[in-house]
Write a protein that binds this ligand. Structure first.
Ligand SMILES: Cc1cc2nc3c(=O)[nH]c(=O)nc-3n(C[C@H](O)[C@H](O)[C@H](O)COP(=O)(O)OP(=O)(O)OC[C@H]3O[C@@H](n4cnc5c(N)ncnc54)[C@H](O)[C@@H]3O)c2cc1C
Length: 417
């Protein structure tokens, strides 16, 4: 089989890439190992992730499917008393910041909808597991697929886009540089869905709530429909192991103990889904583009779920990559050592802003709170929405970079003395 672009992985990164390519008249083949619908974690979208869906013309479909509308996030401090609110706001050239909303998604429905849209737009779905990269003189020219029936099939492509998520297909195939550990590598997330939660009222009923206990110890609360809420507890792996509890018992106890406000919201709840866990999810691949190939979103880096940026990075990079692939197929950068170097520079810049914000949030919480709620409020609204790709960082981003740098210098000085 031959195609312009072979996309490994039919999650939101892969299907969004197929859809953005189709908008440009570029054909693609999506290789997906799982049958859809299937469970996946990652349910809360940033404001700009909502705009990726609008750019794909899917806003009506999102409303028709009744995905809950998210207007913002409330973060509760350790005693459950202090909280801060981050609204989802858009930016408009004439008016500045404007009220906006995005969505929460049950991934089984959302991913299946995107897959249907991608195939309706002309992408071909190949049900199978990408097992090897076809290589040619330092470039990648396609993918070998193990088909569901046990046979193999080669898919020849001008570009291979890896959107395989945490499976990091091109890394395992030895194409990218090695996978390094991320800063939040020693964490574990334990999560499930439940009914019986107390939500906010009116149009705020479907917002995300975050409950903070200690550094790297927090919980999420993400409404998935009128009844069901996704809940998860994220803690250092060492703490989870020290408790010697099953995932189920750990989650249920933490939901009652982690934060008084979380406890208040779960007076009598019923778990409606199995309790799942993911550990050591933070990693980074430094070189993730090259001749005839590139990686999108989780396929090259995942930082941490606390600010709900995973889906946005995958879908935004899918959009940005489509423009670079279009130019490449049109002849641009054909002889360059790395035709997708500019895509990599830009996507890295966005992820680095969020890494900086996370580091400051955990390591310098007081300074972070002052910057976010008093000093650089609008810059932080932009940051949380996902407007993180500017050539020069905003003053708010510069402030968190400076505070992180001071922290690093202090730590170095302490280590040397
Ligand atoms: C605990 C936790 C909570 C999270 N919460 C949020 C959140 O609230 N909001 C948010 O935006 N993000 C969240 N995320 C991140 C989010 O889950 C991911 O960033 C997102 O799913 C990435 O999308 P993707 O399309 O790149 O990859 P995936 O959604 O992982 O899709 C990859 C697809 O590739 C397929 N695949 C893999 N290998 C192969 C292969 N060799 N051949 C064929 N197919 C293959 C898989 O079956 C899968 O369908 C969270 C992550 C974690 C760990």
């Amino acid at each position: 089989m031959k195609t312009d672009v072979a996309i490994v992985g039919g999650g939101p990164g892969g299907t969004a890439h197929a859809l953005f390519l189709a908008q440009r008249g570029i054909s693609s083949v999506i290789i997906e190992k799982d049958g859809f619908p299937r469970y996946h974690i990652g349910e809360s979208l940033t404001g700009e992730c909502g705009n990726c869906l609008r750019d794909l013309g899917l806003a009506e479909d999102m409303h028709r499917a009744q995905h809950p509308v998210k207007w913002g996030v409330t973060v509760y401090g350790p005693e459950g008393k202090n909280s801060f609110w981050i609204p989802v706001m858009g930016r408009c050239p004439e008016k500045g910041l404007v009220e906006a909303s995005t969505w929460q998604v049950r991934r089984s429905d959302f991913d299946a909808m995107l897959m249907n849209k991608a195939t309706e737009a002309g992408a071909t779905l190949v049900q199978g597991t990408a097992s090897a990269a076809l290589r040619d003189n330092g470039s990648v020219r396609g993918v070998q697929v193990e088909m569901a029936d046990g046979g193999t099939q080669d898919i020849e492509a001008q570009v291979v886009a890896d959107a395989s998520g945490m499976a990091t297909f091109l890394c395992n195939a030895g194409v990218t540089s090695e996978k390094g550990r991320g800063t939040y590598d020693k964490q574990v997330a334990i999560f499930a869905q439940l009914s019986g939660a107390i939500r906010d009222e009116g149009k705020m009923q479907d917002n995300t709530l975050i409950f903070y206990r200690l550094k790297n110890h927090w919980a999420w609360f993400i409404p998935l429909d009128g009844e069901i809420v996704s809940v998860g507890v994220v803690v250092p792996s060492s703490y989870f192991l020290s408790r010697k509890e099953s995932k189920h018992d750990f989650l249920v106890r933490e939901l009652g103990e982690l934060n008084p406000e979380l406890k208040r919201r779960l007076p009598e709840f019923k778990l409606t889904d199995e309790v799942r866990a993911i550990s050591n999810y933070s990693y980074e691949i430094k070189r993730y583009t090259g001749k005839g190939w590139l990686c999108i979103g989780d396929a090259h880096r995942f930082i941490d779920p606390v600010f709900s940026f995973g889906l946005y990075f995958s879908m935004k990079e899918a959009q940005q990559a489509a423009a670079h692939v279009d130019a490449y197929l049109g002849g641009a950068n054909r002889d360059a050592e790395n035709p997708f170097a500019e895509f990599q520079r830009n996507s890295e810049r966005g992820m680095n802003v969020i890494q900086d914000a996370l580091d400051a949030f955990w390591d310098h919480p007081l300074a972070f709170a002052f910057f976010a709620h008093t000093r650089y409020v609008n810059d932080f609204i932009d940051l949380f929405a996902g407007r993180v790709y500017a050539d020069s960082p905003s003053r708010g981003v510069q402030a968190i970079q400076a505070i992180n740098e001071q922290g690093r210098m202090k730590a170095q000085a302490a280590a040397m003395s």
